[in-house]
Design a protein around this ligand. Sequence first.
Ligand code: NAP
Length: 301
Amino acid sequence: MIDLLIIGSGPAGLAAAIYARRANLETVVAERIYGGTGQVAESSQVDNYPGLPETNGYDLGQKFREHAESLGTEFKDGEAVAFSREGDSWQTTFKSGEVIVSKAVIYAAGAVHRHLNIPGENELAGRGVSYCATCDGAFFRNRTVAVIGGGDTALDDALYLADICSKVYLIHRREEFRGSSRTVARLSQKENVEFVLKAKPGQIEGEDKVTSLMLEDGRTLSVDGVFIAVGMVPVTEPVKDVVKLDENGYIIAGETGKTSAEGFYAAGDARTKALRQVVTAVSDGANAATAAELYIRTCFG
Ligand code: NAP
């Protein structure tokens, strides 16, 4: 039995690993994607992590990972699909059938991209429909694209794509943006960015690749790519029977990450909280590892 199993290698999971290893806990980080660092890798620029202005998200994630590795964290690739409490320990079952037994678990599996669920979205995914501008933007050099959403992700994506693409439509369902007014101001100065407000996408069209986007009001925009940035959905399906979730599917847990189940902690975007950012994910990881350490030392000596 190991001391601590951490699910997820984003900023929350990696910060938890750093704190756990510094406390000398035998720690394994399980990750769905080998060598991943979570959503932060998709950010072309993180401008609000204290002390590191205008940092590239990929590089920041790599630094977190290298730090956790340098302290002797063990990584394992595999998707955790079920958790059960057996006596004083937790048994985590992976998709491969493998089981890891641990004294405590920190669940930091984060969230995945929300889909629009409109015709053409699934059919044209990877053929013009994308959920990651920094991953796929370069394929649309000198082309016309649409970005859907009004939060920080959509605004950042539009700004990033404006420097690559000939034209960027930013399509938002309301008149006011949810994301940073500073980024909105920067976008307003870009000649090739056009705001399309109070507009909802109805259908993405194209045979083998995207050719146009039809809005619900009947307007059709000729585009080569559609970048969907309409928020995230927590990855909590595997834990829904072991911990309490709120009505939106987030794990109910306070600052220490303590959930409704003993020895099971939540950190990062999967936890109920007001602000989901790298800085709060990192803070969650530190808090959850500290609480887990106290729990392990108290219960197991
Ligand atoms: P978000 O803040 O939840 O914004 C989602 C956007 O998508 C909202 O504008 C929402 O519209 C729109 N939307 C949702 N469902 C839709 C639908 N079915 N059809 C059309 N539009 C839809 O998500 P996010 O932008 O991914 O950001 C998530 C968190 O990460 C936020 O806390 C954000 O501040 C943070 N973040 C920060 C940075 C940064 O600081 N650089 C970068 C990225 C993300 P409404 O506004 O009408 O609800």
